[in-house]
Ligand binder design. Sequence first.
Ligand code: ZN
Ligand code: ZN
Length: 134
Amino acid sequence: MAGETKTHEGGCMCGSVRYRLQGPFTYSAHCHCRSCQRAAGAGYVTYSAVAPENFKVIEGEMTTYHSSPGVNRGFCNKCGTSLSYSGDDWTDYAIMTATLDDPGAAVPTTNAYTKDKQPWVTLDESLKNYHEFP
Ligand SMILES: [Zn+2]
Ligand SMILES: [Zn+2]
């Protein structure tokens, strides 16, 4: 229902780190940049974001890796699952959509950094596609 306050939970593979999101998603997007590819060991990473105050770790502790100055990549130091992306220049707090208990809850609308897209990844042309950051 529109305007309804939604709560979503998610976590890492081993269950040590659990988080909760409150409120609406501010965006959902696939990022094809090389940094995301390496961080996740995958062709691209799908993010969904909320306002920073709507993100909370509710169990365990997230470890942070600074992949670029001012950028925080959160992960579980027991199982290695990539969990989040945030930074000094980012108004939203992004989580890896696939770590949600219900990953279908956020539907990606955008591809970012298609300049780094791997040749074996096919873009959904119905989405908004950006060469770099939108
Ligand atoms: Zn874990
Ligand atoms: Zn990226």
